[in-house]
Design a protein around this ligand. Structure first.
Ligand SMILES: O=P(O)(O)OC[C@H]1O[C@H](O[C@H]2O[C@H](CO)[C@@H](O)[C@H](O)[C@H]2O)[C@H](O)[C@@H](O)[C@@H]1O
Length: 290
């Protein structure tokens, strides 16, 4: 299923019992010509801080980037995060788990050799993975794919991902779905209703994981997806997150109270809380989205 994008005001708001999982590039942040050219609007940091508080810490980033890059980009925030598509994961208590890095020498050699021969490519080395970017030279895509596929012959346990203008080699066992499921087994995420927003094919495992547990998946931007909800672009997602933060701030604090059933009166909303809080309670219809 590949639904049409909703406007920001059509998407129900987060409920106080949500566990929020967010992809980074192309979802929270606009795509940029190079990985190091990405800019994070200061208002986004503020929104994420408010959401973290309102959701009792249940906000995590789930990204292909390494943890240290995410921390730098979101400074001073240091959120629970999964990096390198789940190869590394920092829980809410700060504990970091990393899968043992597989042998990537052949892959690195192949990527660097291609890069030296064909200007415009960029190799990104991470713990347990290698990315070969071709955004500056889209016509080189087939060369990137062929070189990495050849390097992956007889390399069981490694897999090739095709992301946005990038091929990435990573351990097959790591994916964003597993990372989200691991968070959901731990406090403060455990027992909450999962929502994951992402933009890329690498986010599809995460979408499937949250939807299989009755949660909500939001695809940001174009392209086929198993996510049942869609927003047009990262700006729309940032606006929606800001509206959620505002409504959750305004809603009466009542711990992890269950959301009202669809159609139920807006219990827990007050006159002071206003229509946004009422929309937050209506969001009980959101998880699963059927
Ligand atoms: O899972 P994500 O948070 O979406 O990370 C996926 C990859 O994102 C980065 O590359 C992408 O964003 C760059 C900056 O906008 C862009 O130049 C590039 O073309 C995109 O593929 C990052 O560099 C990778 O390490 C991530 O795996």
């Amino acid at each position: 299923m590949s639904p049409a994008p909703l406007s920001v005001s059509e998407l129900p708001l987060l409920t106080p019992d949500a566990a929020l999982f967010l992809d980074f590039d192309g979802t929270l942040a606009d795509l940029a010509p190079r990985p190091d050219a990405v800019r994070v609007p200061p208002s986004l940091i503020h929104t994420l801080q408010r959401l973290q508080q309102a959701l009792h810490g249940a906000v995590a980033v789930v990204s292909g980037r390494p943890l240290e890059q995410l921390d730098e980009l979101l400074r001073p925030l240091r959120l629970p995060s999964a990096g390198v598509h789940g190869v590394e994961r920092r829980s809410a208590d700060g504990y970091v788990q990393r899968l043992a890095a597989p042998a990537l020498d052949r892959v690195i050699e192949a990527a660097q050799a291609l890069c030296a021969r064909l200007p415009g490519l960029l190799v990104e080395r991470k713990h347990g993975a290698v990315a070969l970017h071709y955004r500056q030279a889209p016509e080189l895509r087939p060369y990137c794919e062929a070189a990495l596929r050849a390097a992956l012959e007889d390399a069981p346990g490694l897999t090739l991902l095709h992301g946005k203008m990038v091929y990435e080699v990573k351990p097959a066992v790591a994916n964003k779905g597993h990372a989200i499921q691991a968070f959901l087994r731990e406090p403060p995420f455990r027992g909450r209703r999962a929502l994951f927003a992402g933009d890329d094919v690498t986010d599809e495992d995460g979408f499937a994981a949250v939807q299989s547990e009755g949660g909500t998946a939001i695809k940001v931007g174009d392209g086929p997806s198993c996510a049942r909800w869609r927003l047009g672009d990262p700006q729309a997602l940032r606006e929606w997150l800001a509206q959620c933060a505002h409504a959750l701030d305004a809603a009466p604090v009542n711990g992890n109270r269950p959301a009202a059933a669809p159609g139920e009166a807006a219990a827990g909303t007050s006159r002071e809380a206003g229509p946004e809080a009422a929309r937050a309670v209506r969001a009980a219809a959101l998880p699963g989205g059927a």
